[in-house]
Design a protein around this ligand. Structure first.
Ligand SMILES: Cc1ncc(COP(=O)(O)O)c(C=O)c1O
Length: 349
């Protein structure tokens, strides 16, 4: 495996802790539940992108990039962590983001959008065509004699996925140290690099861990599985891993997100439960979706007391604040005031 010879930028603080969640375990009364704290990876408010950026920025530095171009959704965690990485490494950043739709107040700086400004990124917001614009900007910079590095949305390339093969190796070491047999790992899945790396690592290292990616609402699951398989083959080849994933290794649950960033009762309940039982903060877009699935599987007996399930906390907690009115309503026992936030591309005003 080539993992140890790839250049890294030294951005991610690892290993992240593997901790028990005893109160949640007792409350649900089924599986033993642990948390892998990738919200403590040390870039911005932490999160999964730090592991990907370690390898992606290592590559950018090796290629002597002098500017980074990327983007994603309006409140993107990827953009936040990339912006933090750029500041640490002294590289300028151009962000081309998608959304918001009608009804948006451009002066409403909040959550990740506020952080993108604090990190001094050059920000453009487009309702459509942001991917094409990123490519055009990269070409224009190159024509001007600059050396831009275009990072794909979410960093889900073989280099980015390498960060999560590495995470699986780390998790296995921790399981050995703690003499724990992990049966399941639940995490939020979006652009797919996290799941690809984890599932490939789990199989290649013969861990026996079932990696369960909980969809946060990007497209249909058949297309998602196809993309994950393709990325996993590219990653295996790139890392010189002989193992290949098949469809049976890709577990995707897509019933816990009604749409990307949509507010649901199950997600707000998961946020409140984790806060009250464990003092742990999770976010309404990604990690609460994964936790809602884990809670449901524990309540419905899909996970039993013979199981040990790890919840991978992939960060994203800056998103708590833009959802303040929905979280306030849940806390006060009132109906959620909206389902689709106005910065979501599905929002129609
Ligand atoms: C907090 C958080 N968790 C999980 C994910 C999903 O990771 P991936 O894009 O690798 O599927 C993201 C992606 O943006 C994220 O921001």
């Amino acid at each position: 495996m080539r993992l140890n010879t790839l250049p890294r930028a030294g951005l991610a603080v690892t290993p992240t802790p593997l901790q028990p969640l005893p109160n949640l375990t007792e409350h649900l009364g089924g599986p033993t539940i642990l948390v892998k704290r990738d919200d403590l990876t040390g870039l911005a408010f932490g999160g999964n992108k730090a592991r990907k950026l370690d390898y992606l920025m290592g590559d950018a530095l090796q290629k002597k990039a002098d500017i980074i171009v990327t983007g994603a959704g309006f409140h993107s965690n990827w953009c936040t962590q990339t912006a933090a990485a750029c500041c640490k490494l002294g590289l300028p950043l151009i962000l081309v983001k998608s959304g918001p739709q009608d009804g948006y107040d451009p002066d409403q700086w909040d959550g990740n959008h506020l952080l993108h400004h604090l990190y001094g990124a050059d920000i453009t917001i487009l309702k459509e065509g942001s991917g094409q614009r990123r490519q055009e900007i990269t070409d224009e910079l190159r024509a001007q004699g600059r050396n831009p590095y275009l990072m794909p949305v979410g960093g889900s390339t073989p280099l980015g996925a390498a960060g999560y093969v590495h995470c699986m190796l780390e998790l296995l070491t921790q399981a050995v140290d703690q003499t724990t047999e992990i049966t399941h790992l639940y995490h939020a899945t979006g652009s797919g690099g996290t799941q690809t790396g984890l599932a490939l690592g789990a199989k290649a290292l013969n861990t026996g861990i079932k990696v369960v990616g909980v969809s946060t609402g990007f497209g249909d699951s058949a297309r998602r599985i196809e993309n994950l398989l393709r990325l996993s083959h590219e990653t295996a080849e790139f890392l010189e891993i002989e193992t290949r994933l098949t469809e049976a290794d890709i577990n995707v649950l897509d019933q816990y997100s009604e749409g990307y960033g949509y507010a649901t009762e199950a997600k707000t309940e998961a946020i409140k439960l984790l806060a009250e039982k464990e003092g742990l903060l999770i976010d309404p877009v990604y990690t609460a979706t994964a936790m809602a699935a884990l809670i449901d599987d524990a309540r419905t007996g899909k996970l039993t007391e013979d199981d040990t399930a790890v919840f991978l906390h992939t960060g994203g907690t800056a998103a708590l604040f833009p959802y303040r009115d929905t979280l306030k309503a849940h806390t006060q026992g009132k109906p959620l005031p909206w389902k689709i936030p106005q910065w979501n591309p599905d929002y129609t005003g």
